[in-house]
Design a protein around this ligand. Structure first.
Ligand code: UT7
Length: 321
C-alpha cells in the first residue's frame, strides 16, 4: 500500500508586511533584504490569531480539495515549533475543531524540517495499514518568537499554515522520505527559552530565535545537496526525472544552490520566499499548495520536497502526485 497526496491547502494571515515597513523598525533596507534573502514581503498573524487557527483554515481547504469530509480523517500529524499550548498538542486541538475525534493526533517538532518529518511519519502509518486518510499539517506563528531588535533574524521569519491529505492507494505516491539530524549543531539555530529551561531575562522573559546565519547557510547548502542526491539514488531515478522542486523557503540563494545541484532551471522550482518569508514548518506545504492551485504541479508529476532547520534537522521526500 502507498500513501498518495490527494489534497492540499494553505492559509496566510491577512496582514502583509513589506520590507519597507521593516525599514522603519530596524536598521535595514529593502535592497539588502531582497539581495541577501529574496524576501519582499511576509504575512504576520493578527493579535490573538494562533497556530491552530491558521492550521484549521489550511486543513479544511486540503480536506475539501481531497473531496473528503473532516470525519474521514483517521490520523493527524501536526508539525510546529510554535504550538498554541504545551498540551494538549496542536494535533488534538485541531482534531477537536474538525470533529474527527478518536483517531491518533500528535505534534512533531523538528523546526523548519517539521513538515518533511510529519509527512514521513504519516506515510509510515498509511503504509503499515494503520491509517487510510491522514492529515499532515505544518503551521507556525514565528512572529511570537521573533526578536524585533535583531535585524539579522527579524527580517526573515513569518506566519502561515499548509496541509496535505494522504490517502492509502495502490498507485505510487510518496516514493520515499529521507530524514536526518545532527544535534551537535544545536547552537547555530535555536530558540532561547522553553518550559523546562525557563525564559531568559535578557530577551524580556520570552523565548526568541537566534541564528548564526552565515554558518547555517553553509551547512544547509551542503546537507540539502546531499539529501537530494540521496533520495534520487534510493529510488534509482536520474535528476532529469524531477518535474518540480518544492523547497523550504529560507533564502532564495539556498534554493538556487539546490536547483543548480539538480541541474534544474528555476522555472521548475516553486518559489514563494518573496511573498511568504521563512514560515518554518509551514513553508513546504505552503509552496506545494501554491504550485498545485496555480496549475503548475499536476497529477503524475514527480516532485522533490526538501527542508533544513534548527537542530540541525533536514530531509527530503520524493513524491509522485
Ligand atoms: O530556515 C532554517 C534555516 N535557515 C537558513 O538556512 C538561513 C541561512 N542563512 C541565511 O539565509 C543568511 O545567512 C542570512 C540571510 C541570515 C544573512 O545573509 P548573509 O549574506 O549570510 O549575511 P551576513 O550574516 O554575512 O551579514 C553580512 C552583513 C553584515 O555586516 P558586516 O559584518 O559585513 O558589516 C551584517 O551585519 O550584513 C549585515 N546585516 C544586515 N544589513 C542590513 C545582517 N542583517 C542585516 C539586515 N539589514 N537585516
Amino acid at each position: 500500500m502507498n500513501a498518495r497526496i490527494i489534497g492540499t491547502g494553505s492559509y496566510l494571515p491577512e496582514r502583509v508586511v513589506h520590507n519597507t515597513e521593516l525599514e522603519k523598525l530596524m536598521d535595514t533596507t529593502d535592497e539588502w533584504i531582497r539581495e541577501r534573502t529574496g524576501i519582499e514581503q511576509r504575512h504576520y498573524a493578527a493579535e490573538g490569531e494562533t497556530t491552530v487557527d491558521m492550521a484549521e483554515h489550511a486543513a479544511r481547504r486540503a480536506i475539501e480539495a481531497a473531496g473528503l469530509a473532516p470525519g474521514d480523517i483517521d490520523l493527524i500529524v501536526f508539525a510546529t515549533a510554535t504550538p498554541d499550548l504545551v498540551f494538549p498538542n496542536c494535533g488534538t486541538l485541531l482534531q477537536a475543531r474538525l470533529g474527527c475525534t478518536g483517531a491518533p493526533a500528535f505534534s512533531v517538532e523538528a523546526a523548519c524540517s517539521g513538515f518533511i518529518y510529519a509527512l514521513s511519519i504519516a506515510d509510515k502509518f498509511v503504509r503499515a495499514g494503520e491509517a487510510k486518510r491522514a492529515l499532515v499539517v505544518g503551521a507556525e506563528t514565528l512572529t511570537r518568537i521573533t526578536d524585533f531588535t535583531d535585524r539579522t533574524t527579524a527580517i526573515l521569519f513569518a506566519d502561515g499554515a499548509g496541509a496535505v491529505v494522504l490517502a492509502a492507494s495502490e498507485e505510487p505516491g510518496i516514493l520515499s522520505t529521507q530524514l536526518h539530524a545532527d544535534g551537535s549543531y544545536k547552537d547555530l539555530l535555536y530558540c532561547t527559552g522553553g518550559v523546562s529551561k525557563g525564559y531568559p531575562p535578557d530577551s524580556g522573559n520570552r523565548a526568541v530565535i537566534r541564528m548564526a546565519g552565515r554558518e547555517t547557510f553553509k551547512v544547509a547548502v551542503t546537507m540539502l545537496g546531499n539529501s537530494v542526491d540521496e533520495v534520487l539514488a534510493k529510488n534509482g531515478l536520474p535528476k532529469s526525472a524531477i518535474n518540480w522542486l518544492v523547497p523550504h523557503q529560507a533564502n532564495i540563494r539556498i534554493i538556487q544552490a539546490v536547483a543548480r545541484k539538480l541541474d534544474l532551471p528555476m522555472e521548475r522550482v516553486i518559489v514563494t520566499v518573496q511573498d511568504h518569508g521563512n514560515t518554518s514548518a509551514a513553508s513546504v506545504p505552503l509552496a506545494l499548495d501554491t504550485g498545485v492551485r496555480d496549475g503548475r504541479i499536476r497529477k503524475g508529476d514527480l516532485i522533490l520536497l526538501e527542508a533544513f532547520g534548527g537542530g540541525f534537522t533536514w530531509g527530503a521526500a520524493l513524491v509522485r502526485m
